[in-house]
Write a protein that binds this ligand. Sequence first.
Ligand code: KG4
Ligand code: ZN
Length: 344
Amino acid sequence: MGRSELALTLGIETSCDETSVALVEDGRRVVSNVIHSQVDLHKDFGGVVPELAARDHLERLPGLLDFAFEKAGASPDDVGLIAVTRGPGLAGCLLVGVGVAEGLSASWSRPLTGVNHLWGHIYAAMLARPDLEPPLLGLVVSGAHSDLVRMPEHGRFEVIGRTRDDAAGEAFDKAARMLGLGYPGGPALDRLARSGDPRRQPLPKPSLPGLEFSFSGLKTALLYRLRDLGHAVTPRDKADLAAAFERSVVESLMDKLDEALRLLTRGEVARRAGGEVQREVVVCGGVAANTLLRRRAAEVVAGRARLTLPPLELCTDNAAMIASAGFFGPTAQTATVDPSLGWD
Ligand code: KG4
Ligand code: ZN
């Protein structure tokens, strides 16, 4: 027999500027994962325009659905569950995905589950490593979040660290704009930083006590440095500043990951977790595509736990991670849109 009937989860993701549809088998195996990025649509505006984003999701979704089934060689009969992102994200964008998912659920008579996008980023790691199971420690770094979370079991998350102000991705995007790199900023800054020297124009490394992040001071430091350089700023300066900014963000993330791992192995959090030893670490979200972060995370975790870094296409927004989170999460979660949904 081929693929067992009803084994596929259909995932739909439209929370921001990627429209994505995926078919995932048993929550673990990506059968198809098609992603349309709206970069071209928004680049002249220097950022995501919510109304344009929502309309584009609506126009693209039907074609992407067909394409996902075609690539998978599957039909709606093979789908046992529909999983859609219900938040956090842009309200109009989320409504498009949820509306389409509700329509499909009604016409195919298949259950629908609403998925927390943040959970999805963690579940991207389950797709990358089929034997990965909670408990795990996650560092989720995206455009809107920089969170350290403990996941004791499927569908349960405890936030142990977060940012006081900007998220890491937001900081990268703003720095990129200051450096004249436009949108999307994170990947452009990553590319420019590869040719820079972080020691030539050093920037402060944010450091707060405990497991909290803060990136707004670093952003201001970059602004002042650029102001001081004025028109004299050279391409070389910009590359050096990109490298320095990247290093400060990444090292600050790594300090807290290091501290969280230490606490989870012997500290108070470990006691609360019943003394369980932390063996699995996941670093995920769009910023986990960053070259320096990937290298440094491997160094920081080495010998202490097993690190799972999803491949680049599973770090940035995609529907396969939503399908996986929907499959493993509690059954039949509400699909009501919540743009400011937190971890629970
Ligand atoms: O997870 P994601 O695709 O969307 C959200 O859920 O927010 O993350 C997007 C964020 C953006 O801020 C983007 O600039 C950042 O991830 N990003 C990167 C890189 N690729 C994407 N930041 C640094 N280096 C990268 N290579
Ligand atoms: Zn995301």
